[in-house]
Design a protein around this ligand. Structure first.
Ligand SMILES: *Cc1c(COP(=O)(O)O)cnc(C)c1O
Length: 542
C-alpha cells in the first residue's frame, strides 16, 4: 500500500509531513491541506540544491537547519553569478554594502510619482530625480509639468520592461481608439461619420520582438496585423499576394540575418492598414533579446509617419477632442521603443563615440525623434539592479487618464501596478549617483570592446576547429551568437539558447552577453571549454 500522503518525508530532518502540526491546538492538521504527492519528486531539481533542505515544515527551521540551507543557497547563487555569461543581466555588490539597512524598512511609491501621495514612507523624491535624469538622457522635455503636454511623464516600473511594454500598449490603445486623454473632456463618442476602422488599432512588431509584447497584445485584446490580415483579407498579404500573412514583420536578411526590422516590408504592411483607415501601433527594438539587434528607429519612424501623413492619419481630432475645450489633435500612430537594454547603454556608447573611444554607435532612438511616443528600459540589465525593475516614459500630452482617483492612496492611480517598489527607485538613484557620464561612457566602450573580442576569438576557434560554429554578431550588439554547446557548458556559464528554423533546417544557437561584470578572463574560460573535444557533442563539431 502507498504511504499516506501525510507520511511523506518533509523538511531537512525528513520527518513525516504531519509531524508537529498539532503542537498548538488551534493549528490542527485538519486546518491545512496535506501534500497529494511528494514535492521532491514533482519539481525540477538541481544537484546542488536538494529540495528537502529548503522545505518548510509547520515548525519552521531551527537555527542549524536554516544556516545550512541558507549557506547552500547562497553558494549556489554566488557560484552561478560568478560565471554567468548568457543573459543581459548584471549585478554589483555596492548595492548590498550601501542599501542593506533599507531592507528593514518600507518604501512604497504607490500612485503617481509626481504627487506626494499618502503619508506612507516612499522614495518619490528619488524617483523623480531618476526620471528627470533619464528624461534628459533620452532628450525629452523636462521636468515633468502637469500642464505642459510637451514635457515627459513616466514612472519607475515594479516589473521590468515587460511592464513598460504593457503600459505603452495600453496607453496607445486608449489614444488610438479615440478615448479621452488625460486632462481632456470626457464627451460621448460620435462615430457616425467616421471610417469604421478609425478606432481599431493594428499592432506591428518584428520577429525579434520580446515575448512580453505578444502577452500585452493578448492581455489588452488587440489585433496584430497578422490576426486582422488573415481573418479579413486572407488573400491580400501585401508582401506576396496569395501567400500567408507573416505572424511578425520580417527582419533584414531573414530569420538568420542580423535582426533589425525590415523597414521596407514594415512600410508595405503599415500602408495596407492605414489606407483602410486603421490607426497603427509599431514596436521597435533597441537591443533585441537574443541577437541584441538595433532597429533603425529614425528610418522606421519617418516611414510610418509619412505613410500616415499621406492618408491624413499623422494627426487626428476626434469629436471629443473639440476645439475650445482645451483638447489637442493626437497622432494616428504610436511608436514605442522597447529599449530594455539599449536605452541605458547606447546613450553612453554614443558619448564614447563622441569622445573617440569607439568608432561607431547605433542611430538615435529617443524623444528627439518627434515620432517616438514612448520608451522603456529594464534596470536589472545594464544597470545591474538585483531584482526586475525599470522605467517607462511617454509624452505628457498623450497620457491616458487614470482609471480613477483614490483618496486612500492620496493621489491618482496612473501606473499599472498599485503598490510600487520604492527600493527600485532608491537603487537606480544610488547607481546614477555613483556613476558619472564619463564612467558610463568608458564602461560602454569597454563592453563594446569585449563583445568584439569575444566575436573575434570565436571566429578564430571556428577556423581552428574547421567547423561551422555559426558565429555571428549583429552590428553594435553585446550578444555574440555561436553553435549551442553541450549541456554542461550551457549550465556552467548560464548560457541562453534559441533554435532558429532557417529554410526548414534547424540552427541551434546559443549566445553570450557582454555586460559590465563580464571580463576577458571569463570569455577566455568559456573559449577554452568550447575548444575541448565533445564541447559540441551532438553538433557538427563533435
Ligand atoms: C529583457 C527584455 C524585455 C523585458 O523583460 P523584463 O524581464 O520584463 O525586463 C523586453 N524587451 C526586450 C527586448 C528585452 O530584452
Amino acid at each position: 500500500m502507498a504511504a499516506l500522503p501525510t507520511g511523506i518525508p518533509f523538511g531537512p530532518d525528513d520527518a513525516a509531513w504531519s509531524t508537529g502540526l498539532d503542537r498548538l491546538r488551534t493549528a490542527g492538521a485538519t486546518r491545512v491541506s496535506a501534500p497529494s504527492a511528494d514535492p521532491r519528486e514533482t519539481y525540477p531539481q538541481l544537484p546542488e540544491l536538494p529540495p528537502g533542505r529548503f522545505q518548510l515544515p509547520a515548525r519552521g527551521l531551527d537555527a542549524t537547519e536554516y544556516a545550512q540551507a541558507e549557506d547552500l543557497f547562497r553558494r549556489y547563487v554566488e557560484d552561478h553569478s560568478s560565471r554567468s555569461l548568457g543573459y543581459q543581466l548584471h549585478w554589483s555588490e555596492d548595492f548590498a554594502r550601501r542599501l542593506a539597512p533599507y531592507l528593514g524598512l518600507q518604501l512604497n511609491n504607490i500612485g503617481d510619482p509626481y504627487q506626494h501621495g499618502a503619508f506612507m514612507p516612499n522614495s518619490k523624491v528619488l524617483e523623480r530625480a531618476v526620471l528627470d535624469y533619464f528624461a534628459s538622457l533620452w532628450n525629452a522635455k523636462w521636468p515633468h509639468r502637469a500642464g505642459d503636454p510637451e514635457s515627459y511623464w513616466g514612472y519607475v516600473l515594479t516589473m521590468g520592461a515587460s511592464e513598460g511594454n504593457i503600459q505603452a500598449l495600453w496607453n496607445a490603445r486608449e489614444c488610438l481608439s479615440g478615448k479621452p486623454l488625460a486632462g481632456q473632456p470626457r464627451l460621448p463618442a460620435d462615430t457616425a461619420h467616421e471610417n469604421p476602422n478609425a478606432r481599431h488599432p493594428v499592432v506591428f512588431f518584428s520577429r525579434e520582438t520580446h515575448y512580453s509584447l505578444t502577452k500585452a497584445v493578448n492581455l489588452l485584446g488587440l489585433d496584430t496585423f497578422h490576426a486582422l490580415g488573415s481573418s479579413r483579407y486572407p488573400d491580400a498579404n501585401p508582401l506576396g499576394p496569395g501567400t500567408e500573412w507573416p505572424t511578425e514583420v520580417p527582419c533584414v536578411g531573414g530569420v538568420d540575418g542580423p535582426g533589425a526590422i525590415d523597414v521596407e516590408k514594415l512600410s508595405l504592411l503599415v500602408r495596407f492598414f492605414v489606407r483602410r483607415g486603421h490607426p497603427v501601433f509599431v514596436n521597435l527594438n533597441y537591443g533585441s533579446t537574443f541577437k541584441g539587434a538595433f532597429d533603425d528607429v529614425p528610418e522606421a519612424a519617418r516611414a510610418v509617419h509619412e505613410i500616415c501623413a499621406e492618408y491624413g492619419m499623422a494627426e487626428r481630432t476626434f469629436p471629443s477632442d473639440r476645439e475650445g475645450t482645451g483638447a489637442r489633435p493626437r497622432p494616428g500612430y504610436w511608436i514605442h521603443v522597447d529599449a530594455a537594454l539599449g536605452a541605458a547603454y547606447v546613450p553612453y556608447l554614443r558619448m564614447a563615440r563622441a569622445a573617440g573611444l569607439v568608432e561607431s554607435a547605433p542611430p538615435p532612438f529617443d524623444f528627439r525623434l518627434p515620432q517616438v511616443h514612448s520608451l522603456t528600459v529594464s534596470a536589472h540589465k545594464w544597470m545591474g539592479a538585483p531584482w526586475p525593475c525599470g522605467v517607462f516614459m511617454t509624452r505628457n500630452g498623450l497620457r491616458m487618464p487614470p482609471p480613477r482617483s483614490s483618496e486612500y492612496i492620496g493621489g491618482t492611480d496612473t501606473t499599472l501596478s498599485g503598490s510600487r517598489n520604492g527600493f527600485s527607485a532608491l537603487l537606480m538613484w544610488d547607481y546614477l549617483a555613483h556613476h558619472s557620464y564619463d564612467d558610463l561612457a568608458r564602461q560602454a566602450a569597454e563592453c563594446d570592446r569585449l563583445a568584439r573580442l569575444a566575436h573575434e576569438r570565436l571566429l578564430k576557434l571556428q577556423s581552428g576547429l574547421g567547423v561551422d560554429l555559426l558565429v555571428s554578431r549583429s552590428p553594435w550588439s553585446l550578444a555574440v551568437r555561436f553553435r549551442r554547446p553541450d549541456e554542461a557548458i550551457l549550465r556552467r556559464y548560464s548560457l541562453a539558447y534559441e533554435t532558429l528554423l532557417v529554410d526548414g533546417v534547424e540552427r541551434p544557437y546559443a549566445h553570450l552577453y557582454v555586460v559590465p561584470h563580464v571580463t576577458e578572463g571569463l570569455i577566455d574560460a568559456l573559449l577554452r571549454d568550447l575548444g575541448q573535444p565533445g564541447a559540441f557533442a551532438g553538433g557538427a563539431a563533435a
